[in-house]
Design a protein around this ligand. Structure first.
Ligand code: UTP
Ligand code: MN
Length: 491
């Protein structure tokens, strides 16, 4: 017993210290000796490890990047296939130029087509599926979802865990849904899903049931569960979060009329407006309506400062046809001007008689207090959450109204944020979403790059400095990520 412990301890220590030096955990390199030669291979291995890269001595399932000096697919690929690895199609097979570029930059550079050594046989027969990353910010996810059958089920499970405050399983199902959304076609068998990241046992069991029976009994049970239904109903009200919904449910309340009739419940201003405009703001906002709202705000802004700029962000910037609100960023060219801009816009909307609700949060952003290590999800820029009255006459394609509704207006939820101009790129990236895309950008920055990213800034913990950016592309470049267009961020 003692002897065993003594022998196993040093081995444990070695692996721990090696893991500490490893910087890029999603990259595990294997260098092919053929043509490279043993001594050069050993030199390159040392070099890469000294820069924090993981280099595997053997070609195994865990390798993600196979690097070869031999550019001939006809000799490299038969050798790779002879290795009989199960997940060969998931590996990047790369020219040495990817490796030297990565050494030069001190981080794995994004894989480009010129780096790839493609199997000439599979290229003509069927293109090898590209490796699916565990990070949403390394996947391209357009609005079309080929796996809705699974992702809708996962969303119910995630929401149910959220209501029970079980963050772990909730995130796991959201991550799994996000992976499936990025696929170019529907998953038709469990086999097809076996090499995908982020799919755990529970997830796979749900998928198997859906594949076999067309539905998941666990999901159906949740959907028919009274508590789930009530919490879902309550949280659909603007201003009511899971905590409040839970509190009302615990008090035995089951419907809106019960909540509204309960004398001991004091609704805040946001919740009152939420109930008042419930029918309108729980109905989706169309792209044409979002454009009309943009025009209204733009007119107000221009009357205040002609050089201000308004940018539509959120789901509509990602190409969605419908959304739950309209997200807009306003920036002024003149430094400091952003401080009062929103208040003036709000005044203008009030004068026009179209402001139905407004919660204004003044800026708590303070550059003199940077670097702040408390990188939070919410931002400190001046912002406001509004409900606006939108006239049908302002909408090109007419209002997206409920059936039988003869009013010529509807209420629309609008979010406005006003960052200083030099922080615009971070705000744009943060507010474009999707939420899962943002979550993974931050996780990727922290775990793979030792950087902190939020809606204000990007901080490099190694260099102990902030990295500036004027465009979203600058931020992707700092993170060593291939640029993902807004319409590819529907993770
Ligand atoms: P939304 O909740 O509006 O999501 O937030 P969405 O993608 O536009 O979806 P729909 O179409 O309206 O339903 C948009 C982005 O803004 C960020 C969120 O994290 C999300 O990525 N956001 C929102 C903030 O960063 N801060 C806020 O205060 C609000
Ligand atoms: Mn939105």
């Amino acid at each position: 017993m003692l002897g065993l412990r003594k022998r196993s301890k040093p081995a444990g220590e070695v692996s721990v210290s090696r893991r500490e030096e490893t910087k890029f955990r999603d990259v595990r390199i294997f260098l092919v000796e053929r043509k490279m030669g043993r001594s050069r291979r050993s030199f390159l291995t040392q070099l890469a490890r000294s820069k924090g890269f993981t280099v595997e001595d053997f070609l195994s399932e865990t390798v993600t990047h196979v690097v070869s000096e031999d550019r001939q697919p006809s000799s490299l690929w038969p050798w790779l296939k002879a290795s009989s690895l199960r997940n060969l199609s998931m590996k990047q097979v790369l020219d040495i130029s990817w490796f030297t570029d990565s050494m030069r930059d001190g981080r794995p550079v994004p894989v480009e087509t010129r780096h790839l050594i493609q199997d000439s046989w599979t290229e003509v027969s069927s293109p090898a599926p590209a490796m699916v990353s565990q990070y949403a910010c390394k996947r391209r996810t357009e609005t079309e979802n080929h796996n809705k059958m699974f992702t809708d089920a996962f969303e119910v499970l995630a929401e149910n865990y959220e209501f029970s405050e079980m963050e772990g399983p909730c995130l796991a199902f959201r991550r799994a849904a996000s992976v499936l959304k990025s696929l170019p076609s529907a998953v038709e068998s469990l086999r097809a899903a076996q090499d995908l990241p982020c799919l755990g046992e529970h997830t796979k069991a749900v998928m198997e049931e859906i594949l076999r029976c067309g539905r998941s009994f666990e999901v159906e049970k949740i959907l028919s569960d009274e508590r789930f239904q009530t919490l879902k109903l309550f949280t659909s009200v603007f201003g009511v979060g899971p905590k409040t919904a839970e509190k009302w449910h615990r008090r035995g309340l089951r419907s809106f009329s019960e909540v509204l009739a309960e004398p001991s419940i004091h609704l805040n201003r946001m919740q009152q407006s939420g109930f008042l405009h419930y029918g309108d703001i729980s109905r989706a906002v169309s792209k044409a309506e979002a454009r009309a709202v943009g025009n209204i705000i733009d007119e107000a802004v221009r009357a205040i400062t002609p050089d201000a700029m308004l940018t539509l962000t959120g789901g509509f910037r990602r190409g969605k046809e419908f959304g739950h609100d309209v997200d807009l960023i306003v920036t002024a060219a003149e430094p400091g001007r952003e401080q009062n801009l929103l208040s003036e816009i709000i005044d203008s909307l009030k004068k026009q008689g179209i402001l139905l609700f407004c919660e204004y949060q003044a800026s708590t952003f303070d550059t003199t207090k940077l670097p702040s290590h408390r990188f939070e999800a919410m931002d400190h820029f001046a912002k406001c959450f509004l409900i606006l009255r939108l006239e049908g006459s302002r909408v090109d394609e007419g209002l997206h109204s409920a059936e039988g509704d003869s009013r010529n207006w509807r209420a629309v939820r609008v979010d406005l944020v006003s960052p200083p101009a030099d922080h615009f790129a971070f705000t744009l990236l943060g507010w474009t979403g999707s939420r899962q895309f943002e979550r993974d950008l931050r996780r990727f920055a922290r775990l793979e790059r030792r950087m902190l990213l939020d809606n204000h800034a990007l901080f490099d913990k190694t260099k102990k400095e902030f990295l500036t950016a004027t465009t979203e592309k600058d931020i992707f470049d700092h993170l060593g990520l291939e640029y993902i267009e807004p319409w590819q961020r529907n993770a």
